[in-house]
Design a protein around this ligand. Sequence first.
Ligand code: ZN
Length: 237
Amino acid sequence: MSQSPHMSLAEAIAAGVNDNSVNDANERLRASIGKVVCVGRNYAAHAEELGNEVPKAPILFMKPASSVVSIHHGVVRPNPSLYGETHYEAELCVQLAADLSAATIEEAKQAIGGVTLGLDLTLRELQTELKEKGHPWERAKCFDGACVLGDWLDPQAFGDFKNVHYQLNINNELKQDGDSALMLFPVYELLVNISHAFSLQAGDVIMTGTPSGVGILQAGDQLTLALGAHEWHAEVK
Ligand code: ZN
């Protein structure tokens, strides 16, 4: 954000990212969601591509329910001339159907009520500037539309979540190839770990981290998210 075509961080913060373009249609989806807990650097290759250390414990941050949009309503970037690049991060997501507090593996397993793919949208230049200053990331991760979710699928189809394959294609080019076998912290272990840090509630969503291949979204990009036999399509506005 310090680069000259963009606002300074102070100017961007003063102006605010939200422009009300992604609201009413998503209210029903958001109503079922409490909080969205995100996992940073859950794949070694992604940690390395951003020049980050591989963590010894899950790195957690959150997005509010207000940031959630259905992929059927498209993917909207904050104005890049004001806020810099928006990066995509395709992630395997689970929604809880039961509360979890200091949970066991078995409780975590029973609590998963839905599975889908999501995009953790990130204002990367703003995030980098905030990180350099030691500030929290919310301004780069929590704007309306920053959590794009597909439809919820039955968790029974995913076994123990140890071998789930998913992909993000942009304009028919493979950008991210996800395999849950490569997660540093697998799904059940993540839920257990998070539930020992703070309680999870029915409706909460966990974005389990992105594989390598993150990059910039451009207007008009045609996105295809694929999870097993399921595909979701969206155009970037
Ligand atoms: Zn992410």
